[in-house]
Design a binder for this molecule. Structure first.
Ligand code: ATP
Length: 297
């Protein structure tokens, strides 16, 4: 086998809390991660020459500046990490087609990296276990171990300590990203400066998710980073309100934003709301999708 394809799925956070800080400055988090039906596509080819090269096709993704296709791209980093682990002499050409909005709180880059790890493991018939792939993944980024498996998980530590939750698949979800760029570092810095923090009830969120209780989830869902983002980026609140006024059972920001997602009772309601949010003109990307259990499909 000389080439392998993998889908790299996006995630949203159904809950996100920051619980402390490690001595090295990394924030400790508690998050409920959920795969959604938006994905990048990755094809990895073996090459005779020992280098790792990358070609990026942007499809419908809006970007002011293209991503680096060099060694710092997370796909190239992942290929290097697994190549070193397997002690392989040849290189790879990676073709990446982006559909996941970039710097959006949807783990696009992390998911691409995880997909490259899975792809090369298959391409080389290397037989690394999920745990072994996750050990490599954490070297690339805190969200990458989750992206190796996807689905519904609670993530703690800096995001790398994973506990599976019961599947929360097929829930209609609307994702909308405004053009504003939000710096993750800035958001965490603003949180550190904040005197009072309103923490979401992560236990209640995990329980609702595990029980497949959509109403329970939408009652408790919360993202501690949204409170610090809202005053600076009012567009985030406007999109959330537009979703809530148009049938969303709950709506909030994912990750450090600025993407907002809404949860709907039916796919039809979700589609209808997508049209309204699109017409609202606040967003560069509006996608009606659903939660996904299995990233291998
Ligand atoms: P997270 O939800 O994990 O915080 P994000 O969705 O906010 O991530 P990404 O789309 O992963 O953000 O991009 C973050 C940065 O990573 C980008 O600004 C880009 O410079 C860099 N990057 C490197 N490789 C990739 C890649 N393959 N796809 C997207 N971004 C990449």
């Amino acid at each position: 086998m000389e080439q392998v394809r993998e889908k790299a799925y996006a995630k949203v956070n159904l809950g996100l809390d920051v619980t402390g800080r490690r001595e090295d400055g990394y924030h400790l988090v508690s998050m409920v991660m959920q795969t959604i039906g938006i994905h990048d596509d990755i094809v990895v080819y073996k090459t005779k020459d020992p280098n790792i090269s990358l070609d990026i096709d942007y499809g419908g993704v809006h970007l002011a500046t293209p991503l680096s296709a060099g060694d710092d791209n997370l796909c190239a980093r992942a290929a290097r990490v697994i190549n070193e682990r397997l002690g392989i002499g040849h290189g790879y050409f990676i073709h990446l087609t982006k559909s996941i909005p970039v710097a959006a709180g949807m783990a696009g880059g992390s998911s691409d990296a995880a997909a490259v790890l899975r792809a090369i493991n298959r391409l080389e018939d290397a037989g690394l276990t999920t745990e072994e792939l996750q050990e490599l993944a954490v070297k690339i980024g805190a969200d990458v171990p989750y992206c190796v498996v996807g689905g519904t998980m609670q993530a703690e530590g800096i995001g790398e300590k994973l506990s599976p939750l019961k599947s929360f698949a097929d829930v209609p979800l609307l994702v909308a990203k405004p053009p504003e760029g939000v710096s993750t570092a800035e958001v965490y810095h603003a949180l550190d400066e904040q005197e009072t923090i309103c923490h979401p009830d992560m236990k209640a969120i995990c329980e609702a998710v595990s029980n497949g209780d959509v109403d329970g989830l939408t009652k408790h869902m919360g993202n501690v980073l949204m409170d610090v983002t809202l005053p600076k980026y009012p567009v985030v609140g406007k999109i959330r309100d537009l979703m809530l006024e148009n049938g969303a059972l709950g709506a909030m920001m994912t990750g450090s934003g600025p993407t907002v997602f809404g949860i709907y009772r039916t796919a039809q309601e979700c589609q209808k709301a997508a049209e309204v949010v699109r017409a609202g003109g606040l967003c560069e990307t509006v996608m009606a999708t659903k939660t996904i259990a299995d990233i291998t499909k």
